[in-house]
Design a protein around this ligand. Sequence first.
Ligand code: SF4
Length: 158
Amino acid sequence: MNPETLKKAIKDRAKREGYRLNPDENFLESIFEGLYKNVERYGYPSCPCRLSAGIFEEDIDLVCPCLYRDPDLYHYGRCFCGLYMTEAYMNNKDKPVVPNRRPMEPAKIEKIGSRIGVKTVGARYRCKSCGNEITVDKVGGGVLICCGQEMELIKEDK
Ligand code: SF4
């Protein structure tokens, strides 16, 4: 991968998914540069606006497009860095500040299988970041994850 193929892949992806990229060409270039620098540093395009550990398993939620992009686009119209945007955000005069919804502790997704997770059909869980709520239909025993962190149990049915 070289800087041009990375740039093209991001542009193609935005088109495919119906998102826009930041219209400020200079800003866009600085994000592309940051992503490519991380490809050179770590071997993957880790988010240029957050601190990476340099270990793929710990940074998996930060590989662009990060795990937080879609909830951020849904709630604010723009990803944390400002690379991806929605049409509505671009036309909106108010530009809300996008908080960093990455948990303080990096998502340790590879460790999840070893913990005790969902136990009850009918239990309800909520994501503390994006607010998604789900009800368990079938128990598999795993841990539910949303936005890179464990979902919170809000109601345990019998
Ligand atoms: S915040 Fe934007 S630029 Fe950063 S990783 Fe997520 S999608 Fe990519």
